[in-house]
Design a protein around this ligand. Structure first.
Ligand SMILES: Nc1ncnc2c1ncn2[C@@H]1O[C@H](COP(=O)(O)OP(=O)(O)OP(=O)(O)O)[C@@H](O)[C@H]1O
Length: 275
């Protein structure tokens, strides 16, 4: 359907289809008050797989990421990360449950639309301190790793600057370096370019591409950058009203969508972007 997309998906060693999922959701239902936001959603993410979540505003994409990192709890259904339940199953809470949940969540990192950096810390400290305090690395090791990551995202000259001294694109690059510094097995990106000026969107997406190529991890990304999703993702999930209505490789979902709502959604993007 799309002429807007030149579906150039780089050759990359992709997840073996037979590998065990690194994350799995089954029968997930979630409501906020009377509003049902997700309705019996199931999905799997395989190691090193890159999945883009697209769909209209309010269709439940961010809620999926929040559930996967344990910021929200589903009303019904199961979530497993690396083969372990994110939430202990039913019944009374047992000693050790919290520790298990913490350990499971440590497999997952997330970058948000708003960069959420600590304003009183420098770029280096923002990346270094979680490595020290979450991973328990000595300061020398944490410092080295933080410097290396900030160099990889092009901020070698900005190590000692605080967030207020950095542009939005630079702050987001610090946030990406910080999340990757914790060596998650799964990275979640939630509309990480939406708060940025259009001219720096490309540079931030390039950083995502480079860092995720260098650090082996599975990725789930909510994005409105459809061309980027087409080039970056192995698989695209289209959400509509709390359900997944398409699930397939970019070629299939973007060029031959099965669902009328997907065609409308993509058409609206083409019209908006004037392509
Ligand atoms: N904490 C909350 N309390 C109440 N309603 C919420 C909460 N979080 C999300 N919602 C509602 O749930 C619905 C789905 O939200 P969600 O953020 O998952 O959608 P989305 O597909 O990511 O949308 P967008 O593309 O606009 O970010 C929306 O109607 C939203 O208003």
């Amino acid at each position: 359907m799309l002429k807007l997309l030149d579906l150039q998906n780089d050759a990359r060693s992709q997840a073996a289809p037979s590998s065990e999922p690194i994350a799995e959701m089954r029968g997930i239902t979630k409501s906020y008050g009377a509003r049902r936001v997700l309705d019996n959603v199931g999905l799997q993410l395989r190691p090193a797989e890159r999945v883009a979540l697209i769909g209209p505003s309010g269709s439940g994409k961010t809620t999926i990421l929040r559930l996967l990192i344990g910021l929200d709890r589903p009303d019904a259904g199961d979530i497993e990360i690396a083969g372990r339940p994110l939430w202990p199953k039913g019944g009374k809470r047992k000693p050790g449950d919290e520790r298990q949940a913490r350990e499971v969540r440590q497999c997952v990192g997330m970058v948000f639309q708003q960069f959420n950096l600590f304003p009183h810390m420098t770029a280096l400290e923002n990346v270094r301190e979680p490595i020290r305090h979450v991973l328990g690395e000595p300061i020398r090791v944490a410092n080295e790793r933080a410097e290396e990551l900030l160099t990889q995202v092009g901020l070698r000259k900005h190590l000692d600057q605080r967030p207020a001294q950095l542009s939005g694109g630079q702050q987001q690059r610090v946030a990406i370096a910080r999340a990757i510094g914790l060596r998650p097995r799964i990275m979640l990106f939630d509309e990480i370019t939406s708060a940025l000026d259009p001219e720096v969107v490309g540079e931030v997406l390039q950083v995502v591409r480079k860092l995720t190529d260098d650090h082996d991890m599975a990725i789930m990304m909510v994005t409105h950058e459809i061309s980027f999703a087409a080039a970056f993702a192995d698989r695209i999930l289209m959400f509509d009203s709390g359900s997944i209505v398409e699930d397939g490789p970019p070629q299939q979902v973007l060029k031959e969508p099965a669902h009328q709502r997907t065609r409308q959604f993509l058409r609206a993007i083409i019209d908006r972007e004037g392509r």
